[in-house]
Design a protein around this ligand. Structure first.
Ligand SMILES: C[S@@+](CC[C@H](N)C(=O)[O-])C[C@H]1O[C@@H](n2cnc3c(N)ncnc32)[C@H](O)[C@@H]1O
Length: 353
């Protein structure tokens, strides 16, 4: 069997390297994600341990279908009883691209009928089947995740324009953050604390999915044994000028069970913590969601000046959808991305002040 780990477009390569580190077999980058060999147990492990993935699908069937009657016939050949636990509520979602079958709803209805014919739908847990028909090739997958994976289950305080956890983890990897020999991580505009909390969790070796349940757990699988957590040195910092954000970030780190130092402070007062140089990774306000552009140009300029004056030897990552604002820092930055994020395309701007 095959699992397909969905990534935000632009993060496939980083997900590939994460899956390589985690020991998944036969990994291959595809459109929108990375596949690996494995059945339900590997899907559960992927849900538990992958930080960059946004959803884990278990491939159920793949066949060609050029019209709805053929889709119906071939979908009925699948051994649904081994895929869908009896009594579950089955929901089928379909997308058709560049195919002779072009009607999403009609395709979903045909597959749903084939499933119900084999396994009558009950009122148990919801099971979602995703049907994708591309170039007349129909792929049917079971969504093993449920709520998307960036919902780790620790972030009750969300704040304004939060960064998804998977993106924070991906960008830490892209900047070379190595949990086995961690360096200090500073986020001067941390909001709900996503970036330093991810860095601390990675260092502890905690599984991101440890506190939540996944859709496929209804079928009685046993979770594998998690690794022994490691001690986390006090090298993770989040600052924000908003007291509410700091209070919320403190609670989020407590719920995640990792040590992060949070303090209310404006960017202009930022100084490097004592000790070796590390990473500054931040996601300042951008786009139409918060703030006015003129003020933002000033804010990015102030951030750039502080980093240039005080953070010699540190590596810098600035996450923004606005290349003009990245330029306003006055730093020499290289782009990584863009990555699609909540309707915007954001880029990680990387450099050394
Ligand atoms: C896009 S949000 C960061 C979201 C964060 N990455 C998260 O996941 O929740 C930007 C943050 O910058 C903070 N901010 C804006 N201007 C600031 C300044 N001059 N100094 C420090 N923080 C500032 C805002 O309060 C806001 O929390």
């Amino acid at each position: 069997m095959e699992i397909f780990c969905v990534a935000l477009p632009g993060l496939e390569g980083l997900l590939y390297s994460e899956m390589e580190d985690a020991g998944f077999a036969d990994i291959r980058v595809g459109t929108g994600g990375v596949s690996a060999t494995g059945g339900p147990n590997e899907a559960l492990r992927a849900n538990l341990c992958l930080r960059v993935a946004s959803r884990i699908l278990l491939r159920v069937a793949e066949f060609r279908a050029v019209h709805l009657a053929q889709l119906d016939k071939r979908a009925r050949r699948v051994d649904w009883a081994t895929v869908v636990p009896s009594g579950s509520r089955v929901k089928v979602e379909a997308t058709c691209r560049k195919s002779r079958i072009y009607h999403n709803r009609a395709a979903a209805e045909r597959v749903a009928k084939a499933v119900y014919a084999a396994v009558p739908s009950g009122d148990g847990p919801e099971v979602v089947l995703k049907v994708r028909i591309e170039d007349d090739l129909c792929t049917i997958s079971l969504d093993t995740t449920g709520d998307p994976l960036h919902r780790r289950g620790h972030k009750e305080f969300v704040g304004k324009a939060p960064l998804r956890e998977g993106m924070a983890a991906a960008f830490l990897r892209q900047l070379g953050f190595d949990p086995d020999s961690p360096v200090p991580v500073v986020d001067p505009m941390c909001g709900s604390g996503t970036i330093p909390i991810e860095a601390a969790e990675m260092t502890a070796g905690l599984w991101p999915g440890r506190s939540r349940v996944f859709a496929l757990e209804g079928s009685g699988l046993t979770r594998p044994q998690p690794p022994e957590p490691r001690n986390v040195p006090p090298i993770f910092y989040g600052f924000d000028r908003d007291q509410g954000a700091i209070q919320g970030a403190v609670k989020n780190a407590e719920r995640a069970g990792v040590p992060v130092t949070f303090q209310r402070q404006a960017v202009s007062d930022l100084v490097p913590p004592k000790g070796p140089a590390g990473l500054v990774l931040t996601n300042p306000p951008y786009g139409a969601r918060i703030g006015d552009r003129k003020l933002l140009v000033g804010l990015y300029g102030a951030l750039g000046a502080v980093l240039k004056d005080r953070f010699k030897g540190w590596r810098v990552g600035i996450v923004t959808s606005d290349g003009g604002l990245a330029k306003a820092t006055g730093l020499a930055l290289e782009p990584f991305g863009p990555v699609a994020h909540g309707g915007l395309k954001v880029t990680l701007w990387m450099g050394q002040p």
